[in-house]
Design a protein around this ligand. Structure first.
Ligand code: HEC
Length: 385
């Protein structure tokens, strides 16, 4: 109750201040403030954790770092958050916990909605509304500090203004003199406005090595686990680009973080359905892929990689006694927001169990289309507890 009074006193002061200076009064001043949640406190902190990866100057989308920047978007923020479109995390809550989860928890969501519905107050004087109340991460940086090995990706890739989302593949020679154990591969964007995600594959074998997103918070493999990269490997880097409002030449780099010399090797397992096709007009065509395990294994991470017409993806373990344990469920698949899913606690799957993936596809066109139902899994042998 006390804070609420303070909040409106602040706004009252701001309005008075504006009136004295003859400034136009803000368009929203008629909306009564009915919340104690302030931009300068709770909101800026949540945005710092969950939005500034993409919503700052010269980044993927509009800046939300100051009250002046964010206030006009209050209604849009309400809608994006409520519909769970922002932040762009696609796993349905409650099915698996992931270290790189950037979604809003229930409390964060309630705080944001209370703010947008309660008049979206700033908590600062009008003159201070264009100053960010919290630290804003500077231009592109490496996720885990300086990597052990850095490689440029080609000579610069041109992304024309307004170009639609597309995947581009580059081959990057590592020039590694000896084989290495790798705990993480990261990307540093050349230009943050156009890079949405990246995936890394070993060119010789095609196996998945890891993926990157702008919110790459925790995709280091757990201590002791590492992917083996042979000497002289070449890495295929697949980048999802989306045009900005200007022509851009992207010069991104990849960085490798080495692991300890010994430990458990992580392998890649491809869960893939036989070639499937989706009839014209289909809205939910089901495609199943399944692998029965002849040895026990531990699942560490997922990289769903279906064709863009996928609508939902479910990956489960089915035990020999037919007990189903869901590991990952993506309900509204958005191909331009692909993400890896690194399990907080790797899951050990018993011998004789099946890994089952069910993908639903839609086809709004008027002719039959091919569909690829595929996901990569990072796996290790059974891990001792
Ligand atoms: C990984 C990057 C990323 C993160 C994290 C992110 N956004 Fe976004 N956001 C975008 C992009 C890019 C767009 C532009 C629309 C699109 O391409 O989907 C967007 C669009 C929006 C829009 C609609 C703006 C418009 O143009 O209509 C709002 C509002 C928004 N985001 C709010 C948020 C909030 C609030 C958070 C944090 C709670 C957040 N976003 C987190 C990338 C991100």
């Amino acid at each position: 109750m006390k804070t609420r009074v303070v909040a409106s006193a602040f706004l009252g002061a701001a309005a008075l201040f504006a009136a004295v200076l003859g400034l136009p009064s803000p368009a929203y001043s008629h909306k009564p403030i009915t919340t104690s949640i302030l931009f300068k406190n709770e909101i800026a902190q949540i945005f710092q954790r969950k939005c500034f990866q993409c919503h700052t100057e010269n980044n993927l989308s509009v800046s939300l770092t100051t009250y002046t920047d964010a206030r006009p978007w209050a209604r849009a923020i309400r809608e994006e958050v409520l519909e769970r479109r922002m932040p762009p995390w696609q796993a349905v809550p409650g099915y698996g916990h992931f270290t790189n989860d950037i979604s809003l928890n229930t409390r964060e969501m309630e705080i944001i909605l209370s703010w947008t519905d309660g008049g979206a107050p700033s908590g600062v004087l009008k003159v201070e509304e264009s100053i960010p109340p919290v630290f804003v991460p500077p231009a592109p940086a490496w996720d885990h500090g300086p990597p052990d090995h850095i490689m440029p990706i080609g000579g610069g890739h041109a992304v024309p203004a307004g170009s639609p989302f597309e995947l581009k593949r580059f081959v990057v020679p590592t020039n590694l003199a000896s084989s290495k154990r790798v705990r993480s591969i990261a990307l540093k964007q050349g230009d943050r406005r156009v890079v949405r995600h990246a995936a890394f594959y070993d060119e010789a074998t095609g196996r998945w090595l890891g993926s990157w997103t702008p919110w790459q918070t925790a995709t280091m493999l757990p201590e002791g686990l590492a992917v083996r990269l042979p000497a002289k490997s070449r890495i295929v880097v697949e980048i999802g680009y989306s045009g900005a409002d200007q022509d851009v030449t992207d010069r991104s780099e990849i960085g490798i973080y080495f692991g300890a010399d010994s430990g458990t090797a992580v392998e890649a397992l491809s869960l893939r359905a036989a070639a499937a096709s989706v009839p014209a007009g289909a809205t939910s065509q089901r495609v199943r892929a399944e692998t029965k395990l002849s040895t026990p294994l531990t699942v560490v991470a997922f990289w769903p990689d279906p064709s863009p017409s996928a609508r939902s993806i479910e990956i489960s373990v089915v035990s020999p006694a037919d007990m189903v344990t869901p590991l990952l469920w993506i309900k509204d698949y958005r191909p331009e927001w692909r993400s890896p899913y690194y399990l907080s606690a790797p899951v050990t799957v018993a011998r004789g169990s099946r890994l089952v993936m069910t993908t639903y596809f839609a086809n709004p066109t008027d002719k039959t289309e091919p569909a690829r139902a595929q996901a990569w899994l990072m796996t290790a042998g059974p891990l001792g507890k």
